[in-house]
Write a protein that binds this ligand. Structure first.
Ligand SMILES: *Cc1c(COP(=O)(O)O)cnc(C)c1O
Length: 398
């Protein structure tokens, strides 16, 4: 079947570290002459005539093409999960998981602070298929228990949140899911498996937009789901029917990106923290937001839950929307563009992108006043980024 099982991630009884797993997990042929890097297999179909041929029927829409299969094995090993599957996009991973977990009459409890398309899926699309969602404030630990019913099949969280970078304990959501007999699903795109060990925190369905940090180079669209063999088999069944399998070339590129994920995250974590500290003191900046700063409301939770505070930083500029426009257009290294998680530094204003559908009052209530700029801190030299930001801040203040 399309699901892929995790490889051995131990040598001599010792558990391998994430940087080693990111490079070596997955099948590796070591005979002389074998390629060190697994080749990209583009074939849509594979020789097979009857069950007498043995093995499973391979077909690229089934997600079991060798380039897709070896990626699934590596993802499972990285997440510390039984199985994992890559799909055509983050939204494909999220929607196929929700379709697999629910049927008409079922109910979902979700954090209110989630990716825009996921919100639309839960609030407007799934209700057309008889599945309803109650949205709750994830910062209030009592909200989960109050919202679950005996029809709840999924408890859904995203962390850290976008763009306020809130971090909250998943334990209350886990307990509510247990009480309802539901699965806990978490979109941990912003954290990555390097900064948050979701499966170890009781997350049943670990979801990522691999378009972001996992790919890491802003050159592919993909999504992943990891969990138990049964859960991943259920998602693979939906993928086979609805069709959003990952293209082999994207799978191959994603595998390449994963090999440097732990190394990249170490630097994203360090650079974002340093830049956040610098921005907090910079002229024209009202507030810098990063879970690694003691001023962040969830600093203590983040230190307990995360092994790194991530590469995202948000700022609120003193001069409001006009200053933010000037700041973004004044940058020479960092570039205004939506999306995140690549080697290059990107900036965006949520009022034009993720939160364009809200009124100013609604955005202010969500902690996103005009003047709010989200920064995906890339891997450039931090001193160069500071110089670029200093120049753009001085233009914004004029
Ligand atoms: C980008 C993103 C998604 C959607 O991923 P795609 O790969 O664009 O489909 C989902 N969740 C989060 C948190 C994201 O940042």
């Amino acid at each position: 079947m399309a699901r892929q099982e995790g490889q051995e991630t131990e040598t001599g009884g010792k558990r391998l570290g994430p940087a080693t797993v990111a490079i070596h997990a997955g099948p590796a042929e070591r005979r002389p002459g074998a390629p060190v890097v697994a080749p990209l297999v583009r074939s849509s179909t594979f020789h097979w005539s009857s069950p007498a041929d043995g093995g499973e029927l391979l077909y690229t829409r089934y997600g079991n093409n060798p380039s897709q299969a070896s990626l699934g094995a590596k993802l499972a090993a990285l997440e510390g999960a039984e199985a994992a599957l890559a799909l055509a996009s983050g939204m494909a991973a999220i929607s196929m998981t929700l379709l697999a977990a629910t049927e008409a009459g079922d109910h979902i409890v979700s954090s209110r602070y989630i990716y825009g398309a996921t919100h639309t899926l839960l609030a407007h699309e799934l209700p057309r298929r008889g599945v309803t969602t109650t949205f709750v404030d994830p910062i209030d630990p009592a909200s989960w228990d109050a919202a679950v019913t005996d029809r709840t099949k999924v408890v859904y969280v995203e962390l850290p949140t976008n763009p306020a970078l809130r971090v909250f304990d998943v334990e209350p959501a886990r307990r509510a899911a247990d009480r309802a007999g539901a699965i806990l699903a978490a979109d941990v795109t912003f954290a990555t498996p390097v900064n948050f060990r979701a499966a170890e925190h009781g997350v049943d369905a670990v979801l990522h937009s691999a378009t972001k940090y996992l790919g890491g180079h802003s050159d592919l669209i993909a999504g992943t789901v990891a969990g138990s063999r049964d859960l991943v088999a259920g998602v693979a069944k939906m993928m086979k029917l609805y069709g959003p399998s990952i293209d082999p070339e994207a799978a191959w590129l994603l595998d390449r990106g994963l090999r440097t994920l732990p190394a990249r995250m170490e630097r994203h974590n360090r650079s974002a923290h340093e830049l956040a500290q610098w921005l907090a003191e910079a002229e024209g900046v009202r507030a810098a937001i990063h879970p690694g700063l003691p001023s962040h409301p969830d600093h203590a939770v983040a230190r307990r839950l995360l092994t790194g505070c991530g590469g995202m930083v948000s700022v609120i500029l003193e001069g409001g929307g006009r200053a933010a426009d000037k700041f973004c257009s004044g940058l020479e290294l960092a570039a205004p563009a939506p999306s995140l998680g690549g080697v290059e530094t990107l900036v965006s204003q949520p009022r034009y992108t993720s939160h364009a559908g809200l009124t100013l009052a609604e955005r202010e209530a969500a902690g996103i006043p005009d003047g709010f700029v989200r920064i995906s801190v890339g891997l450039e030299d931090v001193e160069d980024l500071k110089a670029d930001f200093a120049r753009a801040l001085s233009l914004a203040g004029d």
